[in-house]
Write a protein that binds this ligand. Structure first.
Ligand SMILES: Nc1ncnc2c1ncn2[C@@H]1O[C@H](COP(=O)(O)OP(=O)(O)OP(=O)(O)O)[C@@H](O)[C@H]1O
Ligand SMILES: [Mg+2]
Length: 265
């Protein structure tokens, strides 16, 4: 597949919290139109910080991008309002499957379409599309979200994001806390959305095995540094990636030291 047109470019981004803690030390990667790109790394590697930078949500966390640039097509992300980013098609599903617990599944989904001020008929059509991709949600449409399973809540959060008609869907650890079979189901659905609707996807994951199975390319972060980037198939076959990220040998004994050689990306 010729993925040539760059949709998102993150260039040498440095990010800090509270004017003091440096979380990202010059992270660069791109997402081309039609691609699924995974951002991998252990606890505290900087995945969420990177995704928040991409949606310009760091200021709300007393954080800031202090160097580098982020472009979504022609839009300068670091000066755009988060709501404008959503309106232009960059939509994020935050870590921790946020749903309105006291609304039904369907009401949660509908809230995703409201920002677009879509017409009633459009919202109804989008809803049917979401249900086609997530049949579980159709079954549970009248259940209160707070009473649905973790997997159903994650699907609801993704479905709500789809209701705002993203062109780039950004997801922060969709696998977190879910059973392996549910994780596979969610990733398979994301892949289908990508293939059938041309949806571009940027997904942060600690679960490298599943992410590398479904992504086209990946970037690995360690302590705020992008240490490795490449084709998902190639990364999956590298011995160092297998050893340290795919759980095929014991983890390194010393935490918080770089476990891959720093390679310029
Ligand atoms: N709001 C915050 N204020 C200060 N420091 C923060 C804040 N959020 C994250 N950090 C720090 O920034 C670094 C990167 O954290 P981040 O949450 O981006 O990592 P992560 O890869 O998403 O980790 P996880 O897999 O645990 O979600 C960590 O050292 C973390 O302690
Ligand atoms: Mg995180």
């Amino acid at each position: 597949m010729g993925h040539n047109e760059v949709l998102l470019s993150v260039n040498g981004v440095k990010a800090i919290y509270n004017h003091a803690i440096t979380a990202l030390h010059g992270v660069s990667f791109t997402v081309a139109r039609g691609e699924v790109v995974a951002l991998l790394g252990a606890n505290g590697a900087g995945k969420t910080t990177t995704l928040k930078a991409v949606s310009n949500l760091l200021p709300a966390e007393r954080g800031a991008v202090t160097e580098g640039s982020i472009l979504f097509e022609d839009l300068d992300v670091t000066t755009a309002r988060p709501a404008d980013l959503v309106r232009s098609g960059l939509v994020q599903v935050l870590e921790g499957r946020h749903c309105f617990r006291s609304l039904t599944v369907e009401e949660n989904l509908v809230t995703g379409g409201l920002g677009r001020s879509g017409k009633r008929a459009e919202i109804a059509a989008d809803l049917e599309k979401v249900y086609a991709h997530f049949p579980r949600l159709k079954e549970k449409r009248h259940a209160l979200s707070g009473l649905t399973s973790g997997g159903e809540q994650q699907m609801t959060a993704i479905g709500r994001a789809l209701m705002s008609r993203p062109r780039l869907l950004v997801l922060d650890e969709p696998s977190m806390g879910l059973a392996p079979i549910v994780v596979q189901d969610i990733f398979r659905t994301l892949r289908r959305l990508n293939r059938e609707e041309g949806l571009s996807i940027l997904v942060a994951e600690q679960n490298s095995t599943v992410a590398l199975k479904y992504a086209d390319r990946a970037t690995i972060l360690e302590n705020g540094v992008a240490v490795l980037s490449g084709d998902a198939v190639e990364l999956r076959n590298r011995d160092d990636v297998k050893a340290f990220y795919l759980g095929q040998t014991p983890s390194p004994a010393v935490p918080n030291t770089p476990i891959l050689p720093a390679i310029a990306v």
